[in-house]
Design a protein around this ligand. Structure first.
Ligand code: HEC
Length: 266
């Protein structure tokens, strides 16, 4: 009797798990988006690393193209030293940038609460294009350009998806009607996105001489966004390798000890 009930419980649990996984695939399939192609990122795999030259190019694309609509709120200017910018280069990057310094409340003559600005410093967060989400929506026909700091983690198959999305804009098929202010992109769930194709060939001029094709810029900015989402990726991979090496050596030692102990017992 007891085994019967536990069997039933097991069967029920199996059914629940099975049906929820079926549901998950169903939801994904019905979201209606093309599957992004697998790209080779230097950060892939056990020995994954950041190609700093590429990240610098990616920053350039973000800064010159995406930053007019998207923020990377989790990153500070000083963090750019981690992808290879010298402190002089960072100073140049922020030379014309101003950040809010708070309301004017200090003077006898000007205590009028007007918002003051001051030159940005390396310890400031990278400035956002809009003061708040409402302003962002107002400037983008009601759609919100999301913060990109964690985007490669926030989407399934993040980096491949981002690259597919950025390079995937094309004319809609004849039988597909694109709504007003929307753009056709087979990789976006629902096939239409409020973002206009942001990249076009020669959209930026790379200082390292790399040819700025859409493909190249998309790869570079995505690599940059892999970094913003996980700046400590290299340390994590290195630690993983060390742990594996340790386990290997440790197992060998245990095996040797085991052999010695058993040798005496013969
Ligand atoms: C002119 C404004 C504008 C520019 C420039 C722009 N975007 Fe967007 N982006 C948007 C808007 C608006 C949305 C929201 C789209 C929606 O919800 O339909 C968006 C959405 C996105 C998304 C989210 C897609 C998702 O799955 O939700 C990503 C990723 C993205 N943009 C990346 C970029 C990158 C990278 C660049 C620079 C190469 C860039 N965008 C440049 C306006 C812009």
């Amino acid at each position: 009797m007891v085994t019967m009930t536990s069997k039933k419980v097991l069967l029920a649990a199996f059914l629940i798990i099975f049906s929820s996984s079926v549901n998950a695939t169903f939801v994904e399939a019905s979201s209606g988006a093309a599957h992004p192609e697998e790209q080779s990122w230097t950060t892939n795999g056990l020995f994954g690393f950041f190609d700093r030259k590429q990240l610098k190019r990616g920053w350039q694309v973000y800064n010159e193209v995406c930053a007019s609509c998207h923020s990377v709120r989790l990153i500070y200017y000083r963090n750019l030293s981690e992808i290879g910018f010298s402190s002089d280069e960072i100073k140049k990057i922020i030379a014309d940038v101003e950040v809010p310094a708070g309301p004017n409340e200090d003077g006898e003559t000007h205590a009028d609460g007007e918002l003051l600005m001051r030159p940005a410093k390396p310890f400031d967060k990278i400035i956002s294009p809009y003061p708040n989400d409402l302003a962002a929506r107002a400037a983008n026909a009601g759609a919100l350009p999301p913060d990109l700091s964690l985007m490669t983690k926030a989407r399934k198959n993040g980096a491949n998806y981002l690259h597919a999305l950025l390079t995937g804009f094309k004319d809609a098929p004849a039988n597909f009607e694109v709504s007003e202010d929307m753009n056709y992109n087979p990789y976006f769930p629902g096939f239409q996105i409020a973002m206009v194709a942001p990249l076009s060939d020669e959209g930026v001029e790379y200082s390292d001489g790399t040819k700025a094709t859409v493909e190249q810029m998309s790869k570079d900015v995505t690599a940059f966004l892999i970094w913003t989402a996980e700046p400590e990726l290299e340390e994590r991979k290195r630690l993983g390798l060390k742990v594996m090496l340790f386990l290997l050596v440790f197992s060998a030692m245990l095996f040797a000890v085991k052999r010695q102990v058993w040798a005496k017992l013969h």
